[in-house]
Design a protein around this ligand. Structure first.
Ligand code: BMP
Length: 211
């Protein structure tokens, strides 16, 4: 277990598959987001799955029925897990969890995002969203590596739920600090796929995470 998840936000299919082939064996999962799916199509999930687990970061944020339909299509495409927003409320998150259980997949709920604007409207709600995620039976949550002190607070509230933490590298967060604050996995995108040698960059992160 590397504790590293790569955010595959490249929009070129060949580049993505080349990186996945090199790094798939070293990382715990590849996270796909809209950029790669909108450019390459949903089939990219199945292609990346040959190399490692795939997490669909679709930040699902709709009414329960639409959430359910989105989750079903995503799981049918082969994703091992999906990320949904928590702010839409208990029933919407519950719809994702129920769909995941039917397919034997996992759900992660965003509690607080890593960018500065994340605190504009939702400051103080992260802990309520942690409780909501747990009550819905989610497998884990997303919490920011850019604010280790808030990550630590979220960890305390999260009990044994898994925490995936983005914001490491380009956004300013530090991998080791995120783990120390309670993250189980860190998510790294640009600092790996934009590095001159993505494989070496990933190995450096894995080394940091090991220490
Ligand atoms: P990068 O390491 O290049 O900053 O990429 C981070 C990835 O994690 C992106 O796919 C981004 O959409 C996602 N992400 C994030 O950065 N912060 C969050 O709070 C939630 C995210 O999903």
């Amino acid at each position: 277990e590397s504790r590293l998840i790569i955010a595959m936000d490249v929009t070129d299919r060949k580049e993505a598959l080349a990186i996945a082939e090199k790094l798939g064996g070293a990382v715990d999962a590849i996270k796909v987001n809209y950029p790669i799916v909108l450019s390459c199509g949903l089939g990219i999930i199945g292609e990346l799955k040959q190399y490692t687990n795939v997490i669909a970061d679709f930040k699902v944020a709709d009414i329960p029925n639409t959430n359910k339909l989105i989750c079903e299509e995503t799981f049918k495409a082969g994703a091992d897990a999906i990320i949904c927003q928590g702010f839409t409320g208990k029933d919407s998150v519950q719809a994702c969890v129920d769909a995941a259980k039917q397919y034997g997949k996992e759900v992660f709920v965003v509690t607080e995002m890593s960018h500065p604007g994340a605190l504009d409207f939702l400051q103080g709600h992260a802990l309520e969203l942690v409780d909501l995620a747990r009550a819905a039976g989610a497998n884990g949550i997303i919490a920011p590596a850019t604010r280790p002190e808030r990550l630590a607070m979220i960890r305390q509230r999260a009990g044994d739920m898994k925490i995936l933490s983005p914001g490491v590298g380009t956004q300013g967060g530090d991998a080791a600090s995120a783990i120390k604050a309670g993250a189980d996995f860190v998510i790294v995108g640009r600092s790996i796929y934009n590095a001159p040698d993505p494989y070496q960059a990933a190995k450096n992160f894995i080394e940091q995470l090991r220490r």
